[in-house]
Design a protein around this ligand. Sequence first.
Ligand code: VLZ
Length: 138
Amino acid sequence: MPASLSGKWEMISNVNFDDYMIVLGISASLRKIATKLNLKKTIERQGDQFIIKTTSTFRNYTVTFKVGQEFNEFTKGLDNRHLKSLVRWEGNKLICEQTGEKKNRGWTHWIEDDKLHLELFCEGQVCKQVYKNVSKTR
Ligand code: VLZ
């Protein structure tokens, strides 16, 4: 079994977020705000359903899905695109493919050294974020 992604997480590093937002067409003014945010993730698992909440002082974004089941995703408040998304396990990595206007788009989550790792990728750009656990209990 992969190490659990569940819990509360707070970002400790964020590399190439600006270039990731550029390929998504996020405006310079929004990018300026977004790059300064201290992002948090809350990941909950309810049976075979995952809920991933990304929160900040500026914007929040929640996605709910079942592994192996394609779903419609609307990136409301981010780049506001409609996607067909599919999440699967590959070893200890939870991988989401986001099919739509942008090619080779998606993300990968995994646990390494008790940290939550995230790669956000789109059209050749990769943003790498690492989060520390801030759950009361785990
Ligand atoms: O995360 O797709 O954990 O959805 C950035 C919000 C969060 C900041 C991006 C405001 C969401 C941006 C990243 C203003 C334009 C993401 C998935 C993997 C779950």
